[in-house]
Design a protein around this ligand. Sequence first.
Ligand code: GLU
Length: 454
Amino acid sequence: MTSPIVRFAPSPTGRIHIGNARTALYNWLFARQHGGEFILRFDDTDKARSKQEFADGILTDLAWLGIEPDRIERQSARFADYEVVTADLKAKGLLYPCYESGDELERKRSRSRARGLPPVYDRSALKLSQEDKDALEAEGRKPHWRFLLPNYKDDLFAIERTEIHWDDLFIGPQTVDLGSMSDPVLVREDGSWLYTLPSIIDDAAFGVTHVIRGGDHITNTGAQIAIFKALGFKSPEFGHHNLLTGSEGEGLSKRLGSLSLEGLRTAGMEAMAVASLASLIGTSYAVEPIAEMQGLAKMFDPHKVSKSPARFDVAELEGLNAKLLHALPYETVSDRLSAPEGVDGALFWDAVQGNLEKLTDADRWAQIIVSGADPLIDDEDREMVSLAITLLPQEPWSHATWMEWANAVKAETGRKGKGLFMPLRKAVTGSASGPEMSKLLPLMDRDTVVARLS
Ligand code: GLU
């Protein structure tokens, strides 16, 4: 394949969620796999809802995931190009003005449904004379503009089955019937563009070779291919991946803050855990934490993505996050890990990593290393712990210190197994579970431990 050019095209009307991340990742992985280019395109034709802070936030979210766009474009900067194409389509009669209000259209659709017909727009606006249009405009009505789909032979009111075909990167051969679709509205009453036309103009202008997006766009693709053709542009290849739903099967929306990348990041999830889950669920791969983006790029295969929606479950992400942390080498976390002062970071990581669900859980152990813990001592262990303090080996401490200490306590008290180790662990760490004591204890300071236990 010659170097592909792909684009991820969010509207900056909110922060992106895990489902958008899947689309971004699939584009990114595809581009990396084939040495291609990844364009981030902000679909911000809706001036009222698009916000700079969301665009900035999306860039932050993508960077966190490990996606650095090769090129950034904004539709709001390209209106002049859209004007030219719009005027051209109008001049060719392929974009025509319609005056029906939303209510009128809804009534038309109900009438069609009642007669057992598909609720397809009947093109009655094409029957309006110039006087009719002038009269409507004199009433204060403003037109919206529809693209005339090529789904007829000579009589444009005699709509026929007209198949559009493409070989989808993910789901194989697809057919959409333009005869069962309404002519799409490309320009709103206020003169603003819906996403469809700008997207096509941009895809052509930026040389996009592959449009990879969610399966909710499949029907749009039929009309878009027709528009590419009408404009004399070559259609890109299309790929539609299955959508992610929430754990109850509900659709995701930018309003669902909890599944936003920002929300997952602030909840302490690792970027690669999110990237691994977002790209591997709903595929024939086992969901495993992949530590590097390169690993995911090697695995990416649109044919392995299943056709039905995939459920995203936060609990699964948390499990994956823990599994990832348990396997990460120190170098990959060293700049984000706050090891206690004076303690070797690699030794600290070696001691605590197996006990973390989130990286920030390490802070609790750092705190215990620095200041000790409130001892947890059961009544029946009180005497044993008091004796144990007197047996605590002198420094320097090493990995062997914990066993030396336990053996000394065992020799004096006759305790063994859990009855020996657990009271000591609880006394020193204030908790019944945690890192291996042979690794944790030598990171602590003898005076602090003694002071806490006395
Ligand atoms: N802005 C569109 C969306 O977010 C882009 C769709 C596309 O990739 O063509 O749905």
